[in-house]
Design a protein around this ligand. Structure first.
Ligand SMILES: Cc1ncc(COP(=O)(O)O)c(C=O)c1O
Length: 472
């Protein structure tokens, strides 16, 4: 592609992008294609000759777009959001154009220094203590893995890195029954082993029960195990329950156990002074993550990971082959030593663009609106006698089910599963589900960048009407 062709294609693409964002509500939220439908339309062999970009775009529209689920449609109420926003997209365009690989300070000093400053901004905005240092990771899963490996090394005096898992004794990690599956994945990858992840029971509000944690740690110590790390969640995936950080932190501190906090989605709410209660006990936290790529309008991927003692993280991950030695080592942050991958994208630019474009007050307003929509939805659901709220509404997730009179639990579960599929098959809204105490639970998340109260009210109307057409 010549520079002139690039310019022409890029201008046309920007038109397409702006049109997409304007019209995103017109697409079915959840892709309606069947398995294999896209695959069979793509040739089995790569083309041997050049193809014009116009042809690629035509095929993109005809073949690929029907297989896209539109996460940026404000009627996307499933999972947790993966929000983007115009300033984030613009920054991604620059990032892609520069194509800088930011593994060391020297391979792009601006990327390293902007990242350092953005982490200071986010630390201040979320109210974390000043001694925390931050680094951007690709995902929460990677950040939790980095935290657990660092905790493993601290607990074992850095012996597993040198001598392997067999040298260490049996380490134990703890999280609640409602913690995200990325904790289990990290425990498996880190060599601690899934059977050494202890799932602590939750209280009625689905948050971790600290008394059970204390008992579990004490029992493990009696058996000669090495308690290594507790992963507490602020905003569990199922219901956004908030584990009690202070009570958990006191247990960690007494037993010399690492406290990692996963606030993947809900961490964004910490920018609101009225949600600072979620990190009461923050002085006990050793590491903390949240995903601006979920709720803070910064497109995937961008996880903010903070650590109390960055030296421990660096000592765990640093490695220095000859070809990576630089003259500035020791004077600057070489973020390749702060996590798993060597190569790094210039993600800080997205944060810079988003935070400056919205302004802190603009971010706060959007986040407050989303939280308000969830509480309005809860009120609407509570008015109906044939619906039931199944978990406290803490932030931006409402958990509920259809509960027509005279049905047994099995029928109600089947009915709600059917309702979920029927709604998603309309293409008008997209909801996902969880199981709470054996109950099939519909989750509606009011956190998409452009969602309004009108979207929420119309979605609720559709849910109510569709549910009442169903027979047990
Ligand atoms: C609480 C929690 N932690 C971690 C994750 C994993 O996030 P990521 O995709 O960034 O690894 C999720 C995903 O939804 C989550 O809800």
């Amino acid at each position: 592609m010549t520079p002139d062709e690039f310019r022409k294609n890029a201008h046309e693409l920007v038109e397409w992008m702006a049109g997409y964002l304007e019209n995103v509500e017109k697409y079915p939220v959840k892709s309606q294609v069947k398995p294999g439908e896209i695959f069979k339309q793509i040739p089995d062999k790569a083309p041997s000759d050049t193809e014009p970009f116009g042809q690629i775009m035509k095929d993109f529209e005809e073949i690929i777009m029907p297989g896209i689920t539109h996460w940026q449609n404000p009627n996307f109420f499933a999972y947790f959001p993966a929000n983007t926003s115009p300033p984030s997209i613009l920054a991604e365009m620059i990032i892609a154009t520069l194509g800088a690989q930011c593994m060391n300070w020297e391979t792009s000093p601006a990327a390293a220094e902007l990242e350092e400053k953005m982490m200071i901004w986010l630390r201040e905005l979320t109210g974390l203590p000043e001694y925390f240092e931050g680094v951007i990771q690709d995902t929460a899963s990677t950040a939790t893995l980095a935290a657990i490996i660092t905790a493993r090394e601290k607990t074992t005096g850095f012996s597993v890195n040198d001598n392997g898992a067999a040298s260490a004794g049996i380490l134990r990690v703890y999280c609640s029954e409602q913690a995200h599956s990325s904790v289990e994945k990290a425990v498996k990858i880190s060599g601690i082993g899934k059977n050494n992840l202890i799932k602590i029971p939750v209280r009625d509000d689905f948050s971790m029960d600290p008394a059970s944690l204390e008992d579990a740690v004490a029992a493990d110590k009696m058996k000669g195990y090495l308690p290594c790390c507790v992963v507490a969640t602020i905003g569990t995936t199922g219901t956004t329950a908030v584990d009690p950080i202070r009570a958990i932190g006191e247990i960690c501190s007494k037993n010399n156990v690492w406290l990692h906090v996963d606030a993947a989605m809900a961490g964004t709410a910490l920018i609101l002074p009225e949600f600072q209660w979620m990190i009461d006990g923050k002085e006990y936290i050793d590491s903390f993550l949240f995903n601006p790529h979920k709720w803070m309008f910064t497109n995937f991927d961008c996880t903010a990971f903070f650590i109390k003692d960055a030296e421990l993280l660096i000592r765990t991950f640093e490695i220095l082959p000859e070809y990576l030695k630089t003259r500035t080592r020791g004077q600057v942050n070489d973020y390749r030593d702060w996590g798993i991958p060597l190569g790094r994208r210039f993600r800080a630019l997205k944060l810079w663009s988003v935070i400056r474009s919205y302004g802190v007050e603009g971010l706060r307003k959007r986040i407050r609106d989303h939280i308000l929509f969830a509480s309005r939805l809860e009120q609407m659901i509570r008015k109906e006698t044939d619906f039931e709220i199944l978990a406290p509404v803490v932030i931006n997730v409402v958990c509920f089910r259809y509960l027509p009179a005279g049905s047994n639990e099995k029928q109600v579960n089947a009915l709600n599963e059917k309702l979920n599929h029927l709604l998603n098959d309309t293409g008008r809204i997209y909801l996902s589900h969880t199981m709470l105490n054996g109950k099939y639970t519909l989750r509606m998340v009011t956190g998409q960048t452009n969602v309004t109260l009108d979207h929420v009210e119309k979605a609720w109307e559709l849910i109510r009407k569709t549910a009442r057409t169903l027979k047990p």
